[in-house]
Unconditional design. Sequence first.
Length: 174
Amino acid sequence: MSHSHAPDPPTPANTGPSRHIVWLKVNGQTETLDLEAWVSLLDLLRDRLGLTGTKKGCDHGQCGACTVLVDGRRINACLRLAAMCEGAEITTIEGVGQGSTLHPLQQAFIDHDALQCGYCTPGQICSAMGLRNEGQASSADEVRELMSGNLCRCGAYPQIVAAVSEVVLQVQER
């Protein structure tokens, strides 16, 4: 099922100069959308596609609550215009697990009690997935530093670092 909202497929003839036809893949689902040029990836995900797991925290790229993966790399969705993601593969927290099977990072967050209010958790998990993809962390101290762009107001940092380290460092050892 596509989430495209235009009644007819949009074409350059029926869009204005401040609109863009954007094709992207979100959590494995191909989307073709007619968007205003100023729509952020965060607003596209939450408001147009109904993927509200990605949170709007500061809307200035300072908290990391909106972290998603774009072609496997972690980004702050509030800072990226949706039109800049043309042809990209986007992964949000909704696309992390497989049905009712949790991703190892999701399970580690539960096992380590790495969430309290849960608001930052989707961004933390997406950031950790990106960190794993980058393959740069070789210690808990490096995990802590490389995850520092994701804030937790509840102060669950020790548990978050333990959860991320368990999965990311285990993958590095293989």
